[in-house]
Design a protein around this ligand. Sequence first.
Ligand SMILES: *[C@@H]1O[C@H](CO)[C@@H](O)[C@H](O)[C@H]1NC(C)=O
Length: 266
Amino acid sequence: MDFIANVQVLVILTVGILSGRGCVLEQPIGDGKPNFINEISSTEIAYVGNAKSLDCAAVNFCSVTWYKDGIPLPWAPQEAAQDPNQAEKSQILRFKQLEFGDQAEYTCIVSNGVENINRTIRLVVLEDSRADKPIFLGSNGGSCTDRTAEVGETVRFSCEFFVGKALLTQSFVSWYRVDKKGQTPAEWLEDIETQTEQSSRMDSVIVSNLEIPNIKDNAFGSWMALIYSNGYQADAVVSVNPSPTGNGGTAKSLLEKIKMGFQKHE
Ligand SMILES: *[C@@H]1O[C@H](CO)[C@@H](O)[C@H](O)[C@H]1NC(C)=O
């Protein structure tokens, strides 16, 4: 078993390295570096039985290689260089009819023949658009992860929760300061200025932002976004850490502290 797993890793590495070579960019644009065209969320939600596409459209590419949970897809277009149409197509991974087994992390590696860029998209396949529990999704561009900052800087977190269509208007996110004394709602903090903002996207995702302008020492530490939806709650915890170079700042662990917890709220 171990032996087989090792062989698979070796194959992935080999393909990964090869995919960056052996193709030639015909008409470079600008500096010729590969670049993704569309911004997309790091987590995509779709419903079983529906069609779905994952987008790695890029400029300055001559090959695209897709991986599902680290395994190269069988139709990985090694021949893409010879067939520009095929290369074009494979920038977008299309599912005609989603199955639960399609839920995975998909990575595309896009190469201009010299250098690679990559993108990983988590695809979540749900039974229908009515979720009963909120699901923490993270956010586009990792803006719901730990941050380092210096005193005086402004820090902004943006965290996303899937709640389902029917529950969008009845779901609410609150931000808390989490410290040794417990949790203090952001709006109760007299000595830390904060701004929060809630919006939605895709008819079923709540986006909650926390902005801490002009960071002072007392804003360093953990903050939690807590969502209530349909009697359930879920949360995301993020930290603002003092910059290791800042005066007196200690190089704290930047380990991701995002916790997912579903608890029935009585
Ligand atoms: C993806 O890109 C990142 C940042 O450029 C790099 O560190 C990482 O090794 C790349 N991953 C793969 C699988 O090529």
